[in-house]
Design a protein around this ligand. Structure first.
Ligand SMILES: CC(C)(COP(=O)(O)OP(=O)(O)OC[C@H]1O[C@@H](n2cnc3c(N)ncnc32)[C@H](O)[C@@H]1OP(=O)(O)O)[C@@H](O)C(=O)NCCC(=O)NCCS
Length: 224
């Protein structure tokens, strides 16, 4: 059985492992051939907000293993958390590689508005893909977005990522614009991106977001 819930600090090594594996191509471009550095940085990126109670990092867990994850932004960092993250990044990457990675992250990043639940880093462990876990994470993300009074969900996806686009379309996301980018083509081999959106205002079915650790059955509960 799959249990979807907000990440706790104890989940972060599993979250980092799934992200590193599912996005191994992007991670290689960002931090080089050092999966352990990528995992250390991913853990550090979430540690502060999660320990402070940020609940927009979702995990899919099966038999105690994190098998998928999804992030809902914006995420905010305190000045202290920013300093810790910077120090970890300098230690793991060195200053020059950190500057390069920051530029590349800026290239593929997005600055969401307050009314937006921006979906990023949706991923499922390669050996668990195609089992409906991505869909479950998106359903739970929608419940989170409604519970947090967001009027729309948004995301960027590479125009060549057929399986992700298929899941997003099944979930009700529509393309609102497409952009070409020479730099992401050069660095990541991704020349075109779709910005997709799902409006949440009027819907027949809403979901109850439940973050009670003792009452999780792995799926949102429809309320008619
Ligand atoms: C995208 C991703 C999160 C989907 O998760 P998942 O658990 O495999 O998704 P699901 O099992 O819920 O759904 C998979 C669907 O994609 C379909 N699919 C798989 N490969 C496909 C392809 N090449 N073209 C079109 N559809 C495809 C499956 O048939 C299935 O559809 P169905 O349920 O209608 O039969 C997962 O593949 C992944 O981690 N990819 C790598 C990271 C990534 O690219 N993330 C997206 C960043 S924007």
């Amino acid at each position: 059985m799959i249990d979807i819930h907000s990440a706790r600090t104890v989940d972060l090594p599993g979250v980092a492992a799934v992200m590193q594996e599912a996005f191994s191509d992007k991670m290689r471009v960002l931090v080089g051939r050092h999966p352990e550095k990528a995992r250390a940085l991913l853990e550090a990126a979430y540690a502060g907000p999660v320990s402070r109670g940020y609940d927009g990092l979702l995990v899919a867990e099966r038999d105690g293993r994190v098998v998928g994850t999804l992030t809902l932004e914006p995420i905010y960092y305190t000045p202290q958390e920013n300093r810790v993250l910077e120090n970890t990044a300098i230690r793991e990457l060195g200053l020059l590689r950190l500057l390069r990675a920051s530029f590349l992250l800026w290239l593929i990043g997005h600055r969401p508005g307050e009314d937006e639940a921006y979906v990023s880093d949706v991923c499922v462990a390669p050996d668990c893909q195609g089992e409906g876990i991505g869909q479950l994470l998106l359903d739970y993300a929608e419940a989170w977005a409604r519970d947090n009074d967001r009027s729309r969900m948004t995301l960027w996806v590479a125009a060549t990522n057929d399986s992700a686009i298929h899941v997003y379309e099944k979930t009700g996301f529509e393309i609102v614009r497409t952009r070409s980018n020479l730099l992401t083509r050069l660095f990541f081999g991704i020349p075109r991106w779709h910005f997709k959106e799902k409006h949440l205002a009027a819907s027949v079915v809403t979901y109850e977001y439940n973050d009670d650790a003792d009452d999780r059955d792995g799926s949102p509960e429809p309320i008619l």
